[in-house]
Design a protein around this ligand. Structure first.
Ligand code: AAO
Length: 458
């Protein structure tokens, strides 16, 4: 059965990538819950190829299905889930189930494994076509079979057609569900045949929310639409369009939606300005996105994502970097250290979006109206009579009278500071500072003041 998309009014997802469990727990209590984020997506929690700490991508090479990762142990993991649930925030885990490692013989803490042999878990016959077939760039366009049967970047490809392998994978995910996990981001879902993924899903206990990493590429053999019957799918075209528009002219966003060549319908899409892969792409590549280094431009694109009705938005927040390979701040042989939002090593970007999280929830289910653009890089629109936003992506401020569609009153600017006063005709005179946004919504305080005494009902 197709899972139901998260109900309207559900808060956005925040991806606290490479954060350790203790820090996620604290953030749930202090920031995510109070802000209204619906769910936090955390990094892969399984035991990984190494805890050396020098690179970030080791955690995409599962070594065994135990909660002994560089982000913390099982106790810390469980405490995180409890803290998040206590704050009203669901927990989604990054599930790496397409493959195991690409390593030769490795040994640590009394555990030894090699690329096609994980004692007590998988042996060579549980892998596909080992060792000779590796997916190459041409395969994506020409050969869907190879995309789903050969090795992704030489990682040992699990034979997800096998009942035994499906049981091991489902068993691992079910253990996480038993600990309280609410959903899974399925890593490299494109490389698992939809029938195999559906068969694994059928073995899952509870009804975890699934969102699948199936990257859209033009003319490719494997397409996101082949997966929307299983779970929601990551909309990679969204981030590409955000980069194109916010480094160009945002007036065009007036018609933004599926007609723009998005790969997944809005009710099945998880949208994001960037993720941990795309933020690291060379800016010249067509799959590169904006990232935190773009500063205000990046922030405005995220404001748009949370204000415009398309998909389930996911805000991305992680560590700062110059070396694309470098791992998160760590100590003691690779254990990720607690997040400090003040030391410059973490973006803590999601904290800048807390007001827009409230906006997103307040305007759920309403349509875009009262569009305005200045023919260039300033846009404004309302969402029903619940919210109104102006996004100024140019280097000068702009002051004018906008039609907001809101009831008369004074509202706090949840995308910045100050407030907006709406008159009884629904208009407001607003200054939108350079490279910033003004967003107001009903319920966003200060309380709207009625301008006329309601007449008694006759
Ligand atoms: C590391 C080393 C490797 C070594 C390997 C094994 O870097 O050299 O061989 O270990 O020892 C991460 C890192 C990898 C790392 C891996 C394991 O990124 O470097 O390998 O951990 O430690 C494809 C997949 C997609 C995948 C993406 C990276 O479809 O699932 O490649 N993403 C996930 C994770 C990612 C992780 C893994 C999967 C593995 O998010 O962090 O890898 O668990 C086209 C296709 C895409 C394809 C890209 C690959 O896209 O459509 O499906 O993604 O190519 O670049 C333009 C581009 C075109 C692009 C297209 C659409 O046209 O030209 O390339 O747009 O986006």
């Amino acid at each position: 059965a197709v899972q139901a998309a998260p109900p309207a009014g559900t808060g956005p997802i925040v991806k606290l990538w490479s954060w350790n469990w203790n820090s996620v727990a604290r953030e749930c209590t202090d920031v995510l819950g109070p802000a209204g984020y619906g769910a936090v997506q955390v990094s892969p929690p399984h035991d990984s190829m190494s805890k050396g700490g020098s690179v970030w991508w080791d955690v995409y090479q599962p070594a065994r299905y135990t909660l002994t990762s560089k982000f913390g142990d099982e106790n810390a993991f469980k405490n995180m889930i409890d803290a998040c649930h206590g704050a009203g925030v669901k927990v989604h885990v990054d599930a790496v189930i397409n493959h195991m490692t690409g390593q030769g013989s490795t040994s640590y803490g009394g555990y030894s494994f090699s690329k096609y042999d994980y004692p007590g878990l998988y042996s060579s016959w549980d892998f596909r076509n080992s060792p000779s077939c590796v997916i190459d760039d041409e395969d994506y366009k020409k050969n869907g079979w190879r995309v789903q049967n050969c090795e992704l970047v030489s990682l040992a490809d699990l034979d997800t057609g096998s009942g035994y392998v499906r049981d091991q994978i489902a068993g691992w995910l079910n253990r996480l569900t038993a600990l309280g996990v609410d959903g899974f981001r399925i890593d490299a879902a494109k490389h698992i045949h939809p029938d195999d993924l559906a068969a694994i899903k059928a073995k899952l206990t509870g009804s975890p929310y699934l969102h699948l990493e199936v990257i859209y590429g033009e003319g490719e053999a494997v397409q996101p639409s082949q997966y929307t019957g299983i779970g929601d799918v990551h909309e990679f075209v969204f981030g590409r369009k955000m980069k194109e528009q916010f480094t160009g002219q945002i007036k065009w966003l007036r018609t933004f939606g599926e007609s723009w060549g998005l790969s997944v319908p809005g009710d099945r899409a998880v949208t994001f300005v960037d993720n941990h892969d795309t933020e690291r792409k060379d800016a010249s590549k067509n799959d590169a996105t904006l990232n935190y280094k773009y500063g205000d431009t990046y922030k405005l694109a995220n404001v748009f994502m949370l204000a415009w009705p398309y998909g389930t938005p996911r805000v991305y927040s992680s560590f700062t970097w110059t070396d694309k390979e470098a791992g998160p701040p760590s100590a003691n042989g690779g254990f990720v250290t607690d997040t400090d939002c003040g030391n410059g090593r973490w973006t803590c970007f999601h904290r800048q979006m807390t007001g827009m999280v409230g906006f997103h929830k307040a305007v759920a289910g309403t349509a875009v109206a009262n569009w305005y653009d200045n023919g260039d890089n300033l846009i404004a629109f309302s969402r029903g009579n619940k919210g109104w936003v102006a996004i100024n992506n140019q280097s000068g401020s702009l002051t004018r009278t906008f039609t907001t569609g809101l009831p008369a009153g004074t509202y706090a600017n949840v995308a910045g500071s100050g407030s907006v006063t709406v008159g009884s005709d629904g208009t407001a005179n607003v200054t939108v500072p350079a490279r910033s946004a003004v967003a107001v919504h009903v319920g966003g305080g200060p309380t709207p003041t009625p301008t006329a005494t309601p007449s008694p009902t006759v």
